[in-house]
Design a protein around this ligand. Structure first.
Ligand code: NOJ
Length: 562
């Protein structure tokens, strides 16, 4: 597309045109042999990151933390986690990214802190302490507070009794993650000050952890009837959430050229614009769970019903979410992250004959939708779930505590173990597979989580030299997206919507029209496009001999131009 046409595109923004690459620092590259990835490890791999062609790196939390939940429990927001390095390492890493034209987004975890944060230590020390109201307390004399569910608690209980002051405190996640009290203006000011500290250092944005949960009804009533069975929705509908995000925007975000993305549990197509419409203004983007949770019953336990979703459901969800942003706001798209299994295992097929094909097909999906792609490290290699068969191998507090909870309830442990082979979070957290040396070249020590034994055949070094590897496919398609604004801004139209095997859609912008065909199955499958395919030009695909007649080979992906 020529420059004049590009200039016609309304509301262009760098973060709409970006491809975000998410790195889980604990598992990327260890530089000092302690078995835990670190910032110097990332620094040593900046050229690799640059070679992918991505624009933005999102790093999971790198701040001081006792690591009850791998850094999502922060004890000091302005210090680097000691396992990860120092502030000097951070500055060097940021400079190294910026020199290479890569932006950096950090994780903002402010629904809760660690119980080892100095605010909480003060807060729990006495009912009269000035920090008392930084957290949510319920005094014992008022009786037991109304039930709140905790994601990671061994009893599923979000209220923890604290002997020192004879009160309960609230923790939606583990008992070492007490919820901050956003209703207290001092807490908000402290958070804004800390955000400015990082922006003034030059970071380019924040991904905001469970930001939809920050506002709470501090009378803590019984859950209203309409939320029974759906406490996530209740947590996400706190009355003052938008007031707080607008305040944050006014006082901090609007002063910088940065991007923001909400982790958005509880966002729906009906309410998402309240977070991301330009005229609010609050945040730039949000990511939802409607598609990624298909088949999880119930989502908070990550128990998977393998027949609980179909490609038709999947297409409907993504098409519905595309439509929301037709006039306002902007979407996101992802199929994996540190809370999810490996995308090829969950949405493709990780058997040797289909692993590469289905990885490439899923990558094609992510890079051709009208939304900013968030691509998870290791997916470019087609890394797969490790599928632990014993609880002792897990390191994730979520799986470990669910196991304890289900054991206590006398529930079905076998079902948990089997389900978590597909859905457990540690599957996406195993160390990055650099080469075929010991521990996949990730560490010279003992890795904090087992390395997937398939590293001997699935690793970056091997894929570098193979021009047809999933790694090189990723590089090509990233470049292709960036060179073709139709893939970023073009109108999306679902084609052959009732086709149970093929996801087909067109993208159109100023006279350019592309057709994307994705076979999500192991079988040859046909699609009815009602387009004259004989006129189409083949652009990109995952087979050496692409199908251009509407009948696709197993897991085939093709992009055609009209
Ligand atoms: C969402 C994060 O992505 C997840 O990893 C974490 O455990 C919870 N929020 C709690 O911070």
């Amino acid at each position: 597309m020529n420059e004049t046409k590009k200039n016609l595109i309304p509301n262009r923004k760098w973060w709409k045109e970006a491809v975000v690459y998410q790195i889980y620092p604990r598992s990327f590259k260890d530089s000092d042999g302690d078995g835990i990835g670190d910032l110097r490890g990332i620094i040593s791999k900046l050229d690799y990151i640059k070679s992918l062609g991505i624009d933005v790196v999102w790093l999971n939390p790198i701040f001081a933390s006792p690591n009850d939940d791998n850094g999502y429990d922060i004890s000091d927001y302005q210090t680097i986690m000691k396992e990860f390095g120092t502030m000097e390492d951070f500055d060097e890493m940021l400079a190294g990214m910026h020199e290479r034209g890569i932006k950096l987004v950090l994780d903002l975890v402010v629904n809760h802190s660690s119980d080892e944060h100095k605010w909480f230590k003060q807060s729990r020390s006495s009912r009269k302490n000035p920090y008392r109201n930084y957290y949510h307390w319920w005094d014992e004399e008022k009786g037991k507070p109304a039930k709140r569910w905790s994601f990671f608690d061994v009893n599923g209980d979000a209220w923890k009794y604290d002997k020192a002051t004879k009160s309960y405190y609230l923790h939606y996640f583990s008992e070492k993650q007490p919820d901050l009290n956003w209703e207290n203006p001092k807490v908000r000011e402290e958070i804004y000050k800390m955000m400015r500290f990082w922006f003034d250092k030059g970071i380019d944005g924040f991904r905001m952890d469970v930001i939809t949960f920050i506002s709470k009804d501090t009378t803590f009533p019984e859950l209203p009837e309409k939320y029974h069975g759906n406490f996530i929705q209740y947590y996400a509908e706190g009355e003052r959430r938008h007031e707080y995000l607008q305040e944050m925007n006014r006082k901090v975000l609007s002063w910088y050229d940065i991007m923001t993305v909400a982790e958005g549990p509880g966002t729906t197509t009906e309410n998402v614009l309240e977070y991301v419409a330009e005229d609010r203004p609050e945040l730039n983007m949000a990511y939802h769970f409607e598609a990624i949770d298909l088949g999880l019953q119930p989502p908070e336990r990550r128990l998977l019903d393998p027949n609980g979703w179909s490609l038709i459901d999947f297409k409907n969800v993504y098409s519905k979410w595309d439509a929301v942003f037709a006039e306002k706001g902007w979407g996101t798209i992802y199929l994996g992250n540190h809370d999810q299994p490996r995308m090829v295992t969950r949405w493709g097929n990780d058997a040797p004959e289909f692993r590469e094909l289905s990885s490439k097909m899923l990558t094609t999906f992510l890079m051709t939708m009208r939304a900013t792609p968030y691509y998870y490290f290791g997916d470019e290699l087609g890394m797969t779930n490790i599928k632990f068969d014993k609880i002792e191998d897990y390191r994730d507090i979520m799986t470990i505590n669910l196991h304890k909870l289900i054991e206590k309830e006398g529930g079905d442990i076998e079902q948990l173990i089997e389900s978590h082979k597909i859905s457990g979070r540690d599957n996406g957290r195993t160390p990055f597979q650099w080469d075929d040396t010991a521990n996949a070249g990730f560490t010279s020590g003992e890795p904090w989580l087992k390395v997937n034994p398939n590293y001997e055949t699935i690793n970056a070094e091997l894929q570098e030299i193979d021009e047809n590897s999933t790694l090189n496919y990723f590089r090509n398609i990233v470049k292709y997206r960036k060179d073709n604004p139709v893939l970023i801004y073009g109108k999306y139209t679902l084609v052959d919507k009732d086709n149970p095997n093929v996801y087909a859609f067109t993208r159109e912008l100023y006279g350019k029209k592309l057709l994307v065909l994705l076979n999500f199955t192991e079988k040859e499958s046909s699609v009815k496009t009602y387009l004259d395919l004989s006129r189409a030009k083949f652009l990109l695909g995952n087979y050496p001999n692409p199908s251009v007649n509407g009948t696709l080979k197993p897991f085939e992906a093709v992009i055609l131009e009209f």
